[in-house]
Structure formats: C-alpha cells, structure tokens
Design a protein around this ligand. Structure first.
Ligand SMILES: *Cc1c(COP(=O)(O)O)cnc(C)c1O
Length: 490
C-alpha cells in the first residue's frame, strides 16, 4: 500500500510514497503528514478469525493487510520484541476495574510507559530500512520524559542508527531521568538542557529545519530523521492493541462479538486516539472514542465546540506531563479522513496563521459522531487515583486517571468502556504518593517505597535497579551549544 498526503501535493513531490519513504521523511507537502491511501477493510470476519489469536498472530495478520514494503522476517523480528514485556503470552492485559469499565494496560514494556508499544517494534523496522539502503540516520528526540527512554531503549546498539536525545535537566521525574542517563551504548547520546521542555523541543525543530546542520551531517554520511509520534511507522503499531483489547473483552465474555464499546484515551499528541479511530474504521465496533485531557484542554474544546483555539493559550504544567501539549499533531489525520485534503490544508493554515480554526456545524456534527471529550484537573485526578484504589483496589497513574472523569461525564453506563492506561505507577510516583498518603514533594525513591507499602505492591526490579546503576550520560549544556555537542558525538 502507498501513502498520500494530508494537505495535497506540491509539484516537487511524488503523489504517493511507500511506507519506508513515509517513515524516513515523515513531513509531507505544505507541512502535512502521510496517511494510508485506503485503510484495509477488515470487518467482523477479521475479529472472528482472531477471536483466540495471540497478540503477535493478530499483529502479524493486521500488518500484512496493510501490504507495506517491509520484509516478513523484519516484521517477525519487530514483533518478537513484545516477548520482552512482562508476560510474553499477553503483552497487553485488560483488567476489569468497575462494572462496565475495563482498563487496557499499555505499560508492560521495558520503560514502563505506553511509548514502548510502538517504539519497540519501530526501532527494528527503521534500522532494517537504513541497513537495506546502506544509509546512516541520526534520530533526534526531544522528550518531556517518556519518549526519550523508549527511543533510547529501542535503538540501543542497532545498526545504522544513532540517537541524540534532549531532555530538560530537572524537568523530568527521577525515574525518567535515570532511565535515560544510565543508558550506555556507543550509538546513544543523551543531552540535558538548562531549560524547560519547550527549549528542548524548539532546539530540535530548529535543527530539523537547518540546512547547515544537514550539510554538516552529510559530511559524516548521515541523514536526519525523527521518531516523534507523527511518524506513521509508530501509528501502525498503535492500531493493533485497540483490536486486541476489544477481542479481550469478547474472550472475557464481557461483551458479545459485534457489541459496541467506548474507547477512552488519555491524549496528548493524539497518536493513541488516532490508532483507535483507524481500528474503528477497519473493524472494531465503537460507540464513540472519548478523548481525555488535563488542564491543557484544547482537544476538549475542539470536540465540544468545533474550534481549535490557541489564541492566548500557554501550556500549563500538570500532574500528567506527557499530555501537556497544545498542538496535537495527529488531529490533522482525522481532519483529512473526514474532510479531505483541501479543507485540511485550509484549516491547518488558519491554525498556523491565526492560531485558531473553526469547523462548520456540519463538520462538527461529523466529528461528534465519532468523538466525545472531557478534561480532568490535577486535584480531581488525585481523587480518582485515591478513590479507585480504595474502592476498587486498582492503582493507576495520573494520565490514566483523566479517563475516570470522562468515563463519568461522557459515557452511557449501559455500554462497556475500554480505557487505556499509559504509564505504570512507578513512573509518576510522587503524584500518586501524594494522592494516597498526602505526603508532599517526595523524591521518587521515597514515594516508590511509600506506595509500595500502602498498596502492597513490589517495586519492579528494573525500576529499583535504576537508582544504583552507574550514570553513563553526564552531558548537561546550554541550549545554544546543542548543535556543536551533537556534531562532536558523531
Ligand atoms: C505520550 C503519552 C500520552 C499521550 O499519548 P498521545 O498518543 O501523544 O496522545 C499519554 N500518557 C502517557 C503516559 C504518555 O507517555
């Protein structure tokens, strides 16, 4: 299958590209994105066929239906990384939490957050494309805490790929920072910046657009790529777990085959929710996809009013930092799917120029037929963490907790909900400890111990081990010095 562009085609580019090409250079004409020319129509037949399949069998068949230009052995190797998850036979457990509320746990991979679901296999795919073409790539990543560890983990020691990962020094949790700075491999460079996440992100954008930086890389026979969530090479792996979670509910006899469910997704850049939307278009019976946000509630406002309005908005820091995003990149792919490339380009240009776009009332009706949304503030989130732990015996992280609010406000209680848990409690322990015991501003290691005691849960060995692992990556610099530092590393 080939890929087309959300904002139409500028005459200097081919009208369609292969999957490999869309992965290596993910930005399309006029700053748009690549999308599949036509989604495979799988239907209930596909669900029936996979009623009792393993995660990997389901994944393999779904990927085959996309007919992408990746060899079957590479796909097998990519999918074999799910064997490293906590339970190789079921990498994504789906747990009943309340009557009609099921939580699909996407965090059982090596870095304890859902970025592993896509980045683990993506690392194999990208490295194999680079090897096949006999090219070298530098992957730049800027992280507020979850993408960095997942990108380092997946590319560690892989051929033909190097990673430079920028993080705000002091702006991540201890566990997140340790996950990065203890990574020791010759093809990885972790750089702390004296600044906030936005400084790291802007530095990355500047480098991605800089011709002189690209020339300097060319002299070292290296091309630039990015592993951020607009890359379709990540999105494709995020469709699978939505199908799997639906089938889990069928297997657990919570629903009958064909019965509709809600998907409730804690959202930032909208990759997870987009995967759910594609799963719905392909085969999963979905009543609505519910988009959960924190105080950065631009998506709630879009879905409730039809206006994507960033005028006068600034990102606010919250207890769910992986969702502290205002420009939610993957929404563009929904606009394209619903309204076509001409309208998508018009809306995205409005956003770039005026900081706002507005859907017509017919367009809004169409959007609301698929989506609903609400947001949850930090105090409400902590209350959901505490109450769900006390009343239902289930411990969740602050991102997942945003789903509990919209579960109450947006769903018809007769219909089952699959909510997605995007991080393990160990990754955001200070907030969770505060929710459970009231202790304030504890360091991660103290918070981990107190949650472990309170909830009678073991701190996983891989998390505990971080605190005694040697620090391999010691660079912390000013943002002006990033380019030089990266060239030095190469
Ligand atoms: C990245 C992330 C999200 C947001 O996911 P998107 O696909 O960007 O919407 C939510 N929760 C956690 C813990 C994350 O790491």
């Amino acid at each position: 299958m080939n890929f087309i562009q959300t904002r139409g085609v500028d005459t200097s580019r081919p009208t369609t590209v292969t999957f490999s090409e869309a992965i290596l250079a993910p930005i399309a004409s006029f700053g748009g994105l690549y999308v599949p020319e036509k989604l495979p129509q799988l239907g209930l037949e596909f669900l029936e066929k996979h009623r009792n399949s393993s995660y990997k069998e389901l994944a393999k068949d779904m990927l085959n239906r996309f007919e992408i230009d990746i060899d079957s052995e590479v796909i097998d190797e990519a999918l074999s990384l799910y064997d490293k998850f906590d339970d190789a036979s079921n990498p994504v457990p789906v747990v009943k939490v309340k009557e009609n509320l099921y939580i699909s746990e996407l965090y059982h991979g090596p870095t304890r957050a859902f970025k592993d679901m896509a980045l683990q296999p993506f690392g194999v795919v990208l490295s194999s494309i680079a090897q096949k073409r006999d090219e070298n790539y530098l992957i730049l990543a800027a992280t507020s805490g979850d993408t960095g560890p997942a990108a380092l983990e997946t590319f560690k020691n892989r051929a033909n790929v190097k990673v430079a990962c920028l993080y705000p020094d002091g702006g991540t949790s201890d566990v997140q920072r340790l996950q990065m700075v203890t990574e020791d491999a010759p093809n990885l460079k972790v750089i702390g910046i004296n600044g906030v996440f936005d400084d790291a992100q802007s530095a990355l954008k500047r480098l991605l657009a800089s011709e002189s930086f690209k020339d300097a890389l060319q002299k070292k026979h290296t091309s630039l790529s990015a592993a951020n969530s607009v890359n379709f090479g990540r999105i494709i792996f995020q469709i699978i777990y939505h199908i799997h979670s639906y089938l889990e509910l069928v297997r657990q006899e919570a629903i009958s085959m064909g019965e509709k469910v809600y998907l409730n997704v804690p959202s930032g850049n909208f990759g997870n929710a987009l995967g759910g939307y594609y799963a719905m278009q392909m085969c999963v019976p979905v009543e609505k996809i519910i988009i959960s946000s924190n105080e950065n509630n631009v998506l709630t406002r879009l879905i409730k009013t039809g206006k994507y309005d960033l005028r006068g908005c600034e990102v606010v820091g919250t207890t769910s930092p992986a969702m502290d995003i205002l420009k939610s990149s993957n929404v563009e792919r929904i606009l394209f799917d619903m309204f076509g490339h001409v309208r998508t380009r018009e809306l995205m240009e409005d956003l770039e120029k005026e900081n706002v776009y507005e859907l017509t009332s017919e367009e809004l009706t169409k959007l609301q037929a698929c989506f609903d949304a609400d947001y949850c503030n930090g105090e409400e989130g902590k209350k959901y963490i505490r109450d769900t732990f006390r009343n239902d015996g289930y411990l969740m992280d602050p991102h997942t907790a945003t789903c509990l609010k919209s579960y109450e406000t947006c769903s018809n209680p007769e219909i089952k909900t699959i909510a997605y848990s995007t991080a393990e409690w160990t990754k955001f322990s200070p907030v969770i400890a505060n929710a459970l015991t009231g202790e304030e501003d504890a360091e991660d290691i103290v918070a981990l111990e107190s949650i472990s005691k309170e909830a009678n849960l073991e701190i996983p060995a891989m998390v505990r081990g971080l605190f005694t692992k040697p620090i391999a990556q010691k660079t912390v610099i000013e943002k002006e010095d990033i380019e030089e530092e990266i060239l030095k590393f190469l």
